[in-house]
Design a protein around this ligand. Structure first.
Ligand code: UD1
Ligand code: MG
Length: 440
């Protein structure tokens, strides 16, 4: 199986300098979703047809298993697939089939594509079609006695054809050798002056090749992104599906419409997640983890029984042990915090290694950055850090040490002792508050 992904379109309606297929859905470029689907299908060759001024697309997503073909100018979908033929039809004799996908259609499910591929087999042309209440804008599937005979584009259709509600999603699979035969013969005498890929249907029928159809389970599967409105709609579809999968696995979501996962979220048993949490990259939550409202977690591992939030931020490289508590307005970055430790209020923990049963007081800051380089802070087991403490890294707080509130620690603190750096408190006897002078 070869896959050709059409991604040459300009995307004018996005009103953006970023090429359309690089716009992120769930934190990943639209085109990456399609490339990953092609990989999951086990495609032998994946060829991306990219467009004018689209070098950025290639640079952003290039990988050893992809071949790239530039289509300039863009003369239609048939012309686009024709450009890919030299890259995919290389074996002699040409074997196997070619599936055509679109870089701006990110959510087609693997099972749907598999069904299409199975329906077509080795010797038929397979079309993914859908029945829509409002088919406007799409190519229509014309059938005679139930058999597909051709596709007519909306702009070329007569009234009777426009009334057809079975539409062409654009996704199709064909024997590669047949594509190589048909595509060079396409003409462009139609309403748009384009070389239509859809015209291969009539060519297949003329040759006596059977045309099979398959349908997506849900109508959002073949939907494309042409505007920010459609991008936002598909983002919600994606997030709703993902939330449903989490619920089915047993995760408790306070509101399945108020979670955003932009990457991979792996959850143990009895995890609960309150509203408005964002998960980015790969996040792992152990058994019984509770994430309270309004947290952002990115590339972080949270051990069993730990609690995060509300309003906590776990940045990349965070590893929390078991029963760790990270409270409101606490930011943790590139740090490990071992079992039973707590940072409950208003703290920055960056580039730190924190042992077990440590209490990080409110307002504690690891000063990890001197403006040029970053340094580590080490806090050993059973340390108590008083509120409003600054740890100027590199610095180590020995096991069992206590730091007095307001300390600015610039040298290592010895184990088991109280270290405090603030000025001694004094009271000035007889001191009077200044009074405002009276004018007379
Ligand atoms: C196409 C189909 C139509 C189908 C619809 C589904 C044709 C002739 N028509 O119409 O039957 O209902 O999709 O959305 O195929 N592209 C290129 N190079 C080009 C032209 C297009 O890469 O020269 C890419 C675009 O980036 C886009 C996709 O192909 O992702 C579809 O092109 P577009 O012009 O939007 O097709 P439609 O007119 O919508
Ligand atoms: Mg068009």
């Amino acid at each position: 199986m070869n896959v050709v992904i059409l991604a040459a379109g300009q995307g004018k309606r996005m009103h953006s300098d970023l090429p359309k297929v690089l716009h992120p859905l769930a934190g990943k470029a639209l085109l990456s979703h399609v490339i990953d689907t092609a990989r999951e299908l086990g495609a032998g060759k994946i060829c991306v047809v990219y467009g004018h001024g689209g070098e950025r697309v290639r640079e952003a997503l290039d990988a050893p298993d992809l071949s790239w073909v530039r289509q300039a100018p863009q003369l239609g979908t048939g012309h686009a697939v024709l450009q890919a033929m030299p890259a995919i039809a290389t074996s002699v004799p040409i074997e196997s089939s070619t599936l055509v996908l679109y870089g701006d259609v990110p959510l087609t499910r693997l099972a749907t594509l598999q069904r299409l591929i199975d329906a077509a087999g080795d010797a038929a042309l397979g079309l993914l079609t859908a029945h829509l209440d409002n088919p406007r804008g799409y190519g229509r599937i014309v059938r005679v006695d139930g058999q597909v005979v051709r596709i007519v584009e909306e702009k070329d259709a007569d009234d009777a054809e426009r009334a057809i509600r079975e539409i062409n999603t654009g996704i199709l699979v064909a024997p590669t050798a047949a594509l190589a035969r048909w595509l060079p013969t396409l003409g462009n005498r139609n309403a748009q002056g384009e070389y239509y890929l859809t015209d291969i249907v009539a060519l297949a029928v003329a040759e006596g090749m059977p045309v099979a159809t398959a349908h997506p389970d849900a109508n959002w599967e073949p939907e494309g992104v042409n505007s920010k409105v459609q991008l936002a709609q598909l983002e919600r579809v994606y997030q709703r599906n993902l939330a449903e999968r989490l619920l089915e696995q047993g995760v408790t979501l306070a509101d399945p419409s108020r979670i955003d996962v932009r990457g991979e979220l792996v959850c143990g048993r009895d995890v609960s997640i309150d509203v408005n949490c964002v998960f980015e990259g790969r996040v792992v939550l152990g058994d019984g983890v509770r994430i309270k409202a309004n947290c952002v977690l990115e590339d972080a591992v949270v051990g069993a029984g730990s609690i995060g939030g509300p309003f906590a931020r776990l940045r990349p490289g965070t590893e929390l042990g078991r029963e760790v508590h990270i409270g409101n307005f606490v930011e943790v970055k590139n740090s490990t915090i071992a079992d039973h430790s707590k940072a409950n209020h208003l703290a920055y923990v960056g580039d730190a290694t924190i042992g077990s049963r440590v209490n990080v007081g409110a307002g504690t800051i690891t000063c990890n950055y001197d403006g040029a380089n970053k340094f580590r802070t080490v806090i050993e087991d059973d340390v108590f850090i008083g509120s409003d403490t600054q740890l100027v890294a590199p610095v180590t707080v020995g096991r069992g040490a206590t730091l007095g509130a307001g300390t600015t620690l610039t040298r290592d603190a010895p184990p088991d002792q109280l270290t405090v750096s603030r000025a001694k408190q004094t009271t000035i006897p007889g001191w009077k508050r200044p009074q405002k002078k009276k004018k007379d």
